[in-house]
Unconditional design. Sequence first.
Length: 153
Amino acid sequence: MKKAIFPGSFDPITSGHHDIITRGVKLFDELIIAIGVNSNKKYMFSLEERKKFIEDSFKHEPKIKVLTYKGLTVDFCQQNNVEFILRGLRNPADFEFEKAIAHTNRDLAPIETVFLLTAASTSYISSSIVREVIINNGDYTKLVPQSVRINKK
Ligand code: ADP
């Protein structure tokens, strides 16, 4: 059984993440959306909110599970018998950043990172841009899946 994780902060999930998940799930038997918890980081949305946004978006997809984790992504993979890490690439900066992480992860554990290029239509979207639009009362709804709009307080 091919199991992958798609790790991230998802603060909040965006249409870009949604695209990668929808395309990535076709490649694996199970895809765990793994929300990393970093106690030094300040988030706009609570862990429960971020989890609910994702769960509601994919409630009709039985191959997708949403979990949270602390610590190294490779440790989480090994604890859950996961062999693949799925990541999205938007631009050369993402590539350079992701390359270093993927090489480090390969040194730490026999886990392959699989990259999908973003859809052109969502390649400019990031969670930080979405947060900026929300803080300034702009229309963020085109940048996120419907579940964020429905569940956001
Ligand atoms: P992190 O805290 O690791 O930066 P994110 O939640 O921002 O977590 O991103 C998780 C993953 O989603 C990363 O692989 C990132 O490259 C990818 N990603 C982020 N935004 C987009 C987008 N607009 N299109 C496709 N992939 C994206």
